[in-house]
Design a protein around this ligand. Structure first.
Ligand code: DC
Length: 216
């Protein structure tokens, strides 16, 4: 079974997807694997930065991505055998990942990898195009949303950035625009998805609503 979750940055998607995979794995059945597709784009970006490959050079970035050994082990991303999970949210990766994820052949490569990892498994997959492009026929498809004000407030509260609340909000809105205008795999609310605005909900409330729909 595949449970696909999409939505813009800052809606709590990753935390919720992980909670769902853990919650459903706690039963007697086959465990659920959690796959964060954004982290695969982030790992390729990290490799490009390390190799001095400018991500704006689509051909060079693709050549790198084709040769990189990218995998998921115990829910953590490995690049050429190294666990890079904790290196994926640096400000340098943050600043280049949007451009990298707009390169169409790299999207195809990541999509194939996500499908390959999920094959034959129970999986909770999350990103921007899991419900539309990668798993349009998933058993469950959710779209998590929240206002840009609320997403900025949540990021600001995490105190991971030196930016002001207003600057964080502007950065979020800029990323939304990029994500919604990609040539392929752009962020959109697909027909038939279960839509949830999380602006006024806690993580536990969001989790409870999704798990209830799945267990129904
Ligand atoms: O979810 P995230 O913010 O860690 O994603 C990192 C970047 O990758 C972000 O710019 C959106 C992009 N992305 C994408 O284009 N498609 C996906 N399925 C997942 C992420």
């Amino acid at each position: 079974m595949v449970i696909a979750i999409d939505g813009p940055a800052g809606t709590g998607k990753s935390t919720i997807a992980k909670m769902i995979a853990e919650g459903l794995s706690a039963g007697d059945g086959k465990p659920f694997t959690y796959i964060n597709s954004g982290n695969l784009y982030r790992a390729i970006t990290l490799g490009c930065i390390r190799g001095g490959i400018p991500v704006r050079d689509g051909e060079a970035a693709l050549a790198y991505a084709k040769n990189a050994a990218l995998d998921y082990k115990n829910g953590r991303v490995c690049l050429d055998g190294e666990d890079v999970e904790d290196l994926l949210h640096s400000s340098s990766v943050d600043s280049f990942v949007s451009a990298l994820s707009a390169i169409v052949p790299i999207r195809h490569l990541v999509n194939d990898l996500v499908r390959r990892i999920a094959k034959g498994l129970n999986a909770v997959v999350e990103g921007r195009d899991m419900t539309t492009v990668v798993f349009p026929s998933a058993e469950f498809r959710f779209y998590l949303d929240a206002s840009s004000e609320e997403r900025a407030r949540r990021r600001h509260e995490q105190k991971l950035s030196s930016l002001s609340l207003e600057e964080i909000r502007a950065a979020i809105e800029e990323r939304d625009t990029i994500d919604r205008n990609k040539k392929e795999g752009s962020l959109r609310i697909a027909e038939g998805v279960i839509y949830l605005d999380t602006s006024y909900l806690t993580l536990n409330q969001v989790y409870a609503r999704l798990i209830e729909r799945i267990r129904e």
